[in-house]
Ligand binder design. Structure first.
Ligand SMILES: C[S@@+](CC[C@H](N)C(=O)[O-])C[C@H]1O[C@@H](n2cnc3c(N)ncnc32)[C@H](O)[C@@H]1O
Length: 267
């Protein structure tokens, strides 16, 4: 296809998407009333502020995730694998002890708490603002029954007491710094870079979870980690180096390998 035609098609699609977002903002936040506040928000939307931050929340697996403190906006790829996790354990009807590490808004753990009965979830996050966000989201979603969850302000595993979990769920920062040029401008300008980027080809935290996570797992426990599909050969090399053989990759809604699942040995 000629470059000019392709650009015209993209422009047309973008225009209709922008119209949909405007409509959404108007209906979700302003009940269809075009007042001054709406016009101010519309200006922000047009200059690139994500709709989710303007509306102030998103839906994530039947939960309302508030975004007041500007954590990472939960992504549909994450929603997909968390849903797969929930479906797997709903069938098993087990009572689980889960750790949602790198929690951000808390969307992963809150969805697990709300959708899996008899589950306990601990949250671990470094940014103190997001700790407030997780606590707010737990309240909004009425996930506050005594003993159901703990929230740790923690640099990776540092402040997590030694406890054994059935599952560790992690969506860590995993975008390689060299990939910055391929990240959308609106993301770069509006979302927290500490939630997105890290060193070592984006593998710094993934490697940490793989090596340090094992000691927080019960026998047969699992670690689920989201990553970027191009990182697969690097991840495989690392697993080989560490002698880890019991793992598989889970495919996302677009057919790409997106989640690594490691199972700890039974002994
Ligand atoms: C990709 S976001 C994931 C947020 C959320 N779990 C989700 O899926 O939408 C990664 C999160 O890790 C947090 N983070 C970054 N460095 C950290 C560290 N050293 N220890 C703990 N959390 C960290 C960031 O603040 C951010 O909230």
């Amino acid at each position: 296809m000629k470059k000019g035609i392709k650009e015209a098609i993209i422009k047309k699609i973008m225009k209709s998407l922008n119209k949909k977002e405007e409509q959404w903002l108007l209906e979700e936040k302003y009940n269809g009333i075009k007042n001054l506040a709406f016009l101010k928000d519309l200006k922000k939307l047009k200059s690139g502020t994500p709709l989710a931050y303007l509306i102030g929340n998103v839906e994530f697996l039947n939960c309302t995730i508030d975004l007041f403190y500007k954590p990472l906006i939960p992504r549909s790829e994450t929603e997909f694998w968390v849903d797969e996790f929930i479906k797997k354990y709903k069938k098993a009807r087990s009572c689980l002890d889960v750790l949602d590490i790198f929690s951000g808004s808390g969307c992963i753990g809150i969805a697990v708490l709300k959708n899996l009965q008899n589950t306990k979830v601990d949250f671990a996050e470094k940014n103190p603002q997001y700790i407030k966000q997780i606590q707010k989201n737990l309240k909004i979603n009425s996930a506050t029954s005594p003993g159901c969850c703990r929230v740790y302000e923690s640099d990776v595993f540092e402040n997590i007491p030694e406890k054994k979990y059935d599952t560790i769920l992690a969506n860590p920062p995993y975008i390689a710094k060299k990939e910055k040029k391929n990240v959308q401008k609106t993301v770069l300008e509006n979302e927290d870079h500490k939630a997105l980027f890290t060193k070592d080809n984006g593998l710094y935290f993934i490697k940490k979870i793989i090596t340090e996570g094992q000691k927080y797992l019960k026998p047969n426990g699992e670690i689920w980690i989201e990553f970027d599909p191009w990182q697969i050969p690097l991840i495989k090399n690392f697993l080989k180096e560490k002698g880890i053989q019991n793992y598989k990759f889970w495919i996302d809604q677009y057919g790409r390998k997106r989640t690594l699942i490691i199972t700890k040995d039974s002994n």
